[in-house]
Ligand binder design. Structure first.
Ligand code: ZN
Ligand code: ZN
Length: 198
């Protein structure tokens, strides 16, 4: 599956966003055996929100306040629902609602030496709307490609972090966090051996 650079970046952003949620905020029909590690909210305060925006090179953030914090957490819980969606139609409804509420303005751009690509967030969009528009459209891209099942939760006991499985045969079961990365390598090694007929 060929994924444009901006879609890939937006996918990284939405995965990180969903994974800042404390486990109490997992959707009720989310995983029950695997839970997001730690109880702390990765977006506990406005400083954490600035950190998040900087980490993902989100432009035009401006001054952030409590309202932004609440709105981004809200968007985050909707994205968590997309990752928990049992089928494409459920995911589509959620993404459509998120993107419509954000009010998108598609714009072609070739900033920072990247080839032509589309930004979806409206000029002067709030951080929450920026995330809802661009991350929502990145998830839309995955769904349109018939790949909704690639939006996953880590199956490692006690983990449950969100990730996008970009492996060729959709076989990835674990996230790439330090604790689960090892499992990932072992699983990849086994898969390679299987493919090699060993
Ligand atoms: Zn861009
Ligand atoms: Zn994990």
């Amino acid at each position: 599956m060929l994924i444009p650079h901006d879609t890939r970046i937006a996918l990284d952003t939405v995965v990180d966003l969903v994974n800042t949620a404390p486990e109490g905020e997992l959707p009720p029909d989310g995983p029950t055996d695997g839970l997001v590690d730690g109880l702390e909210d990765g977006l506990a305060d406005i400083a954490a929100l600035y950190d998040f925006a900087e980490r993902h090179h989100i432009s035009g953030v401006g001054t952030l306040g409590e309202k932004d914090l609440g709105a981004v957490r809200d968007v985050r819980s909707h994205f968590a629902e997309v990752f928990a969606a049992p089928d494409a139609r459920t995911a589509v409804d959620l993404v459509n609602r998120l993107v419509a509420a954000a009010g998108t303005t598609p714009q072609l751009t070739d900033h920072d030496g990247y080839d032509w690509h589309v930004h979806y967030f409206a000029p002067d969009a709030s951080l929450a709307d920026h995330l809802a528009a661009d991350c929502g459209m990145a998830l839309a891209f995955i769904i349109v490609a018939g790949e909704q099942e690639r939006l996953r939760r880590c199956e490692a006991p006690g983990c449950g972090r969100a990730f996008v499985d970009l492996s060729r045969n959709r076989s990835r079961r674990y996230c790439s966090s330090r604790t689960c990365g090892n499992r990932l390598h072992v699983a990849a090694y086994r898969a390679r051996r299987r493919e090699a007929g060993a």
